[in-house]
Design a protein around this ligand. Sequence first.
Ligand code: ADP
Ligand code: MG
Length: 736
Amino acid sequence: MSTPSKISPTTLAKLAKLGIHHRADLLLHLPLRYEDETHLTPIADAQLGMTVQVQGVITHSEVMFRPRRSLVCRLMEGHEELTLRFLNFYPSQQKQLAVGKQIRAIGEVRMGYFGLEMVHPKCRAADDDTPLQQSLTPIYPTTAGLAQPVLRKLINNALETIPLTDTLPAPLLKKLKLADFGDSLRLLHNPEADVSATELEEHNHAAWRRIKFDELLAQQLSMRVHHRERSKRIAPALPPHQKLTAALLKKLPFKLTSAQQKVWKEIAHDLALAHPMQRLLLGDVGSGKTIVAALAALQAIENGYQVAFMAPTEILAEQHYLKLSEWLVPLGITPVWLSGSLKKKDKTAAAERIATGDTLLAIGTHALFQASVEFNRLGLVIVDEQHKFGVQQRLELRNKGKTETNTLLPPSRGKAGMGVESLSTQASTPSLTLPDGTTSQSTKPASGQVAGYLHGGGNIHEPHQLMMSATPIPRTLAMSYYADLDVSVIDELPPGRTPIVTKLVSDARRDEVFERVRAACLAGRQAYWVCPLIEESDALEVELQNAIETHQQLTEALPELKVGLAHGRLPSAEKAAVMAAFKAGELHLLVATTVIEVGVDVPNASLMVIDHAERMGLAQLHQLRGRVGRGAAESMCVLLFMQPLSELARERLKVIYENTDGFVIAQQDLQLRGPGELLGARQSGVAMLRFADLTEDEDLLEQARLSADELLRNAPDVARAHLHRWMANKHDFLQV
Ligand code: ADP
Ligand code: MG
């Protein structure tokens, strides 16, 4: 393979910005759109809205100052004329467009002051002998200072020099009616004049289908390989002894629902195996995941192993701490509490108890997994609302469990604190960052890793992981991003819940909502009033201000009620005190920012008002609504919205009004927002699919899934070659 002609360091830096680190990356840097310079359109035929290439003579060229400084030229062909307008221009352009010059211009035809015009057309000197382009001209995603022709040249060079042999066998391609890989790439980069630009741009063309299929297949393969590799890794076997777990079940004031029993059985079975469990426990808000987590914790504790129970916010972690203390202290298990806001002295004391193994259950925020906390015998990690955590935190967590006995971490994995970015750019070890934050070295594990395990004499293990989420995962996501996890679903709510009535109320009728709150509270119930999170740079200030003002407004409007306020800026002791007072029934109404979004459990609260509901996402609305309807009383959720509503906001409110099933809501959410946001990928840095679109390519995903299975079973070499092309093609450096 020939090395490319020297690329300057500046260009390399620009390419890196585009995610192009290796020559092979150029192949998959695909055009955003195309310009058609393969034929000329007579000016007479150029119509409004069309993007066309025309040719003619400049008959007029003038800098005008009204309505703003611009260069205005007339282009004439026969008797037909077209105006060309440039708002920013260089003297060189003025020269190029001087009267008498013959040029070709390509651009969209619009209506201007002087009839049809093109604004900022791309122009070049040309006469009748200038040849036309043979293929559509690709326009690539690029970055400032990296011109299209430079990118085009680099890409074409890569296309010519890198072998594009197909990784997939012909019978498979035939069966799935897929195009050849090399043909597809060549076509996408340089489509013939007669290929439909629309099909290309909308990613419907057969060439696009092939690329999308390949991408999905690689994803499926790596997930599958990762899943298999897990069965080679070692975890402590934690078989059920039915002592502590049975004791807890006996003391509970309720019976597990059959859905809870089913998932508990699945988890208990996994824990007993000597391979790390990686199970996602899905259950709608209020379905009772906490008790299942407590049982899992007890099974580990029964075996003398430690458990770390982590939640994304202090409030939620604290709820778990209180709930689990209530359940477990009578059984002789006293959890230790660890959060970032503890005083240094208390933190050190907690870390000490964790390190000595004095405590078997640690509950807290991700402070639990900071470098200064070392576990003695960590057997199980439980993560609540796992989608709220970024990849990095989950990565730290897995490493944490290992450091316990394994000081020989594989060289490619740092201790806690290593950034996700550094993983993905660590090109020397072909690695793939998976959505659960682990790194798959699927094709061949780095030798350091193997040595590390062996050196420990088989004594090295990692903890089991139980991840919980109330954000249901639509089928397509479950099939792709979570394909390496085992999933348990709690698909029924505990009995005795009355359905929640949802009302949509315009802010103009705010007073009526006040009355409703008054009536509910005077009848002995409690209510939440949620102020929205504001997604701007000064978000916290505005949000705080909002909450304080709303609190004041409600206190004045409802003098006979006791109204509390909880927001993200309160010191955690105060926040906890307000929550405790609300829980104890000492407050009628709790005004809160979305800090209560996850996990708050106050069965007597039966009314939820969500202010500015139009600003909130579907998952958030669903979670908030789930805070009520936990007791026997009829519950209501009032969504207060401000007019006018955007199209998206209207759509979202309609979905939440019409549906109560979290799975249906998540599916709609996926359609409205796309998978990136649903996964919280923005903060987590999950490598998203670049080409395939899970909302549109479900059929391809299904085919990729089946093919991945088949290839791994019957043609592992093909699977390896395919993974290599898509995931591990990282040794062909641009620089060398
Ligand atoms: P989530 O799944 O949202 O975390 P929780 O674990 O907080 O739900 O449970 C919600 C409420 O339901 C709690 O008050 C819990 O004690 C109660 N609960 C859980 N399981 C049952 C059950 N089988 N029967 C009755 N109540 C239950
Ligand atoms: Mg919960």
